[in-house]
Design a protein around this ligand. Sequence first.
Ligand SMILES: [Zn+2]
Ligand SMILES: [Zn+2]
Length: 281
Amino acid sequence: MSGVSAGAAYEAAGLKFFGLSLSGIRTAISMPEYGLSFDVAQGYPHTLRMKKFFISHGHLDHAAGIPYIISQKAMHNEPPPVFYMPPSLVEPLTDIMKLWAKIEDHTYTLRFEPVTEHTRVELSPQACVRTFKTVHRIESYGYTLFSTAKKLKPEYQHLKGPALADMQKNGEPITQAIETPLVSFTGDTQIEFLDSAPWVKKSKVLICEATYLDRVKSVEHARTWGHTHIDELIPRLDEIEAEKIVLIHASSRYSDARAAQLIREQIPERHRERVELFPGR
Ligand SMILES: [Zn+2]
Ligand SMILES: [Zn+2]
């Protein structure tokens, strides 16, 4: 299972993804249309084309590729990529980059942006990313991609064009921003992520970790290592509104076929259509 993989394309709720995820080995899921990647694994080719990187935590299977991506971008004279990350990662990663600068006799421009629970990153007038807190063995965050749109305030909806134009001319705010959660990505976390922000369960696509898919490892074991067990997820499926729940980070003890089989067998029939294993591992 830990052989060479280049990643796989995946589509859900009209959104396109490319990436791969295997517990302890690699996790990087990109959304090329948005130029972003959730985690970077070891800096796989598909991540090199992205511009903004949302790092869930500093474990090597999620973040080892950061120096390589920085160097590749510099080599191709591209603008320095931006990495959003837990605050505790900024200093050690800056130190690591200083060492690489020494090894290579080359200085890089670093753009490491620490996040908080309330970070909102504007990608464009139509999209933004917000953070949510996750629970892992080291500091960690999840990220949600939202679509944003300006809509007429409900109290003005009965008004006609000329009246609205007049109000606009007078500088009155007649619209409000509406944000719709499209994709939430958890990185590694215990089940508590589900309640850390109100929009997580409402995201159209929920990409969440389920490291353990059978009883060989217990729920306690999963929690000790800061992960989620499928036995914790199943009782909560009814409250998750997502069109698709995409499981990532399944243990490398399961082959692709075995992991898919375990999911099929255990997910209640009414949820089976919308719970899937991410195809790239
Ligand atoms: Zn991991
Ligand atoms: Zn981890």
